[in-house]
Design a binder for this molecule. Structure first.
Ligand SMILES: Cc1cc2nc3c(=O)[nH]c(=O)nc-3n(C[C@H](O)[C@H](O)[C@H](O)COP(=O)(O)O)c2cc1C
Length: 200
């Protein structure tokens, strides 16, 4: 990715691979130390596809289930070259911010510094209204949190299947993360998933 680009079409995702689902489940562990090695677009695209890619034909259903197919989640990728927003329909990244926010993101997550050391930190946010306008309070308390868990676990397992490592981070100052990422007012950050090669 280069600073001059504002849109990046991601390589088509693979739908098969050498690591079985059972192996990925057995090997998944929260890892908080990453080697200083970048991820390429193929890897980033594959992780985003696993979490939220379109898999369901005309109805544009996605890789992770969502209550009532309301799909409240939004995905951001924080890298050295800025912050990118994922558009599942086009399987592409659109530039959201020019600057590297990973250090600030780590600060906003109560100084969990490994977030800044990962080559890539995925942030999952939610637009709650997409679900609450149909399901009300139950959508807010149950369905959106369930949706984000499904999507995050897909990404975590996909990372393992590609020899990468991650940890789900839920401890952060919501307001600070929202400010660091310049999220729209109706969008709430729910999870940070730093991903990198494990440091051996
Ligand atoms: C909802 C949730 C929030 C979490 N938040 C953090 C976090 O802020 N920082 C962190 O280092 N790990 C966090 N974790 C990771 C847990 O500490 C980890 O899953 C747990 O220790 C079990 O280890 P394992 O993932 O290797 O099985 C979180 C996990 C979950 C499910």
């Amino acid at each position: 990715m280069s600073n001059s680009e504002s849109r990046i079409t991601l390589p088509p995702p693979r739908t098969g691979g050498p690591v079985s689902l059972e192996t990925a489940i057995a090997q998944r562990r929260s890892v908080r130390r990453y080697a200083p090695r970048d991820l390429n677009l193929e890897q980033i695209g594959q992780l985003l596809w696993a979490a939220q890619g379109i898999t369901g034909g005309r109805a544009a259903l996605r890789a992770a289930p969502s209550a009532g197919a309301c799909h409240p989640l939004e995905f951001y990728v924080c890298r050295a070259d800025g912050v990118w927003h994922y558009e599942p329909q086009q399987h592409r990244l659109v530039r959201h911010l020019e600057q590297d926010v990973r250090a600030e993101l780590a600060e906003a997550a109560w100084r969990q510094r490994f977030i800044a050391e990962a080559p890539c930190a995925f942030v999952i946010s939610a637009i709650f209204e997409r679900t609450t306008r149909r399901y009300g309070e139950r959508g807010r308390l149950r369905y959106v949190p369930m949706d984000v868990g499904h999507a995050a676990e897909n990404l975590l397992l996909q990372a393992v299947a590609m020899g990468l490592a991650s940890v789900p981070v839920g401890a952060f100052d919501d307001t600070a993360v929202k400010r660091v990422l310049a999220l729209p007012r109706n969008e709430e950050p729910l999870y940070i998933l730093p991903v990198g090669y494990p440091k051996l």
